[in-house]
Ligand binder design. Structure first.
Ligand code: NAD
Ligand code: ZN
Length: 342
């Protein structure tokens, strides 16, 4: 089969013929139809410091995908050939205290598809059946391909109650703009989205932001006055990884406000702890998706009219992966989907 592999420990990815994966007794073999490119794939492509210390070559990369079940292991029930499925990329141990308590997203022995184990940028992928999510047969395949990052957006956005609340989202990358759509769908009042990138601010507007701002030009305090807010934002959702963004968010929250942080800040990021303490802010780190409550909520919201389709700005055949990675690196993109048909 064809697969995009990280063949050597240097910049680049290679499209090669590799053997089809074997199917263990607890596994499901999936013919991949579409995949999404994640920021993580860019880190691996560029072979930055994080990739260097995390990834062992050679490796099939990629973890955002949709496909069709073609074979199931002898222990697997509940899936049949032809089912349209995506995969939860976090493979958990199933035996630790958190796993046994049903809190699988908190497993400390998690391995990740396309990072520590064979990935989805391939014609076939085999994953444990406990990692397979079946879609409604008529789901839009492009949307199904990005359930993983959509899940990051939903997990973060729904961390705190939203109805009637004033929300600030920092970072209008693909995940930030999907979170914007979710927060709008969940009936927040004002949604202010902050990003220095004008292409992405425009996407955030399309996805339901009340107001988008460039942090180099406008300050959240001044925006609050403009929107008639007096006490600060009720909910903050950090999706940029920028410490400057987090600092500005913290200083613009109402007393008792709540912040969900998905963006991964650099080492030694200094923030104003006294404001967190004195204003009694709640801060929650978010990783991945809840298994499978987040997947359930994504499915139900889409069925109830949530439209995230504008986040997909580019589509390429998998053989054009170089063009796709270039588009992704340009910053002038939302989600990019690769087609794995022959
Ligand atoms: P992305 O890199 O595409 O988007 C980040 C956005 O932040 C960009 O549009 C950038 O212009 C913007 N930004 C930069 N500086 C800013 C500032 N000072 N204020 C406001 N915005 C600023 O990322 P993405 O794929 O949308 O993911 C969002 C974040 O979540 C990233 O930091 C990513 O590493 C992280 N992430 C975390 C998890 C997890 O499980 N915790 C999973 C996926 C992604
Ligand atoms: Zn575990």
């Amino acid at each position: 089969m064809q697969a995009l592999i990280k063949k050597f420990p240097c910049e680049g990815l290679w499209l090669e013929e590799v053997p089809e994966p074997t199917v263990g007794v607890n596994d499901v073999l999936i013919r991949v139809h579409r995949t999404g490119i994640c920021g993580t794939d860019i880190h691996i492509y560029n072979w930055d410091k994080w990739a260097e210390k995390t990834v062992l070559t050679p490796l099939i990369v990629g973890h955002e995908f949709v496909g069709e079940v073609v074979e199931t292991g002898s222990n697997v029930s509940g899936f049949t050939s032809g089912d349209i499925v995506s995969g939860e990329g976090h493979v958990v141990c199933g035996q630790c205290r958190n796993c046994l308590a049903g809190r699988r997203h908190l497993c400390s022995e998690t391995s990740s598809v396309g990072i520590n184990r064979s990935g989805a940028f391939a014609e076939y992928i085999s994953i444990p059946s406990t990692n397979v999510w079946r879609h409604a047969p008529k789901i839009d395949l492009d949307i199904a391909a990005i359930f993983d990052p959509f899940g990051n957006a939903v997990h973060s956005a729904l961390a705190f109650p939203l109805i009637g609340e004033d929300v600030v989202i920092t970072g209008a990358g693909p995940i930030g703009v999907m979170a914007t759509a979710v927060v709008r769908h969940a009936a927040a009042r004002h949604i202010v989205v902050v990003d220095p990138n004008s292409y992405r601010r425009q996407l955030a507007s399309i996805m339901g932001a009340t107001l988008v701002i460039d942090p180099r030009e406008r300050d959240l305090k001044e925006i609050q006055a403009e929107l008639g807010m007096v006490e600060g934002f009720d909910v903050g959702i950090e999706m940029s990884g920028s410490t400057a963004a987090l600092r500005s968010m913290i200083s613009n929250m109402c007393h008792g406000g709540s912040i969900a942080i998905l963006g991964i800040p650099g080492a030694d990021s200094e923030i104003d702890w006294s404001t967190i303490v004195l204003n009694m802010l709640t801060i929650r780190g978010i990783c991945g998706r809840e298994m499978y409550e987040t997947w359930y909520k994504m499915t139900v919201m889409l069925n109830n009219g949530l439209d995230i389709s504008s986040v997909i700005t580019h589509r390429f055949h998998h053989r054009e992966y170089q063009k796709a990675f270039e588009a992704m690196k340009s910053g002038e993109s939302g989600k990019i989907v690769l087609d794995w048909s022959k």
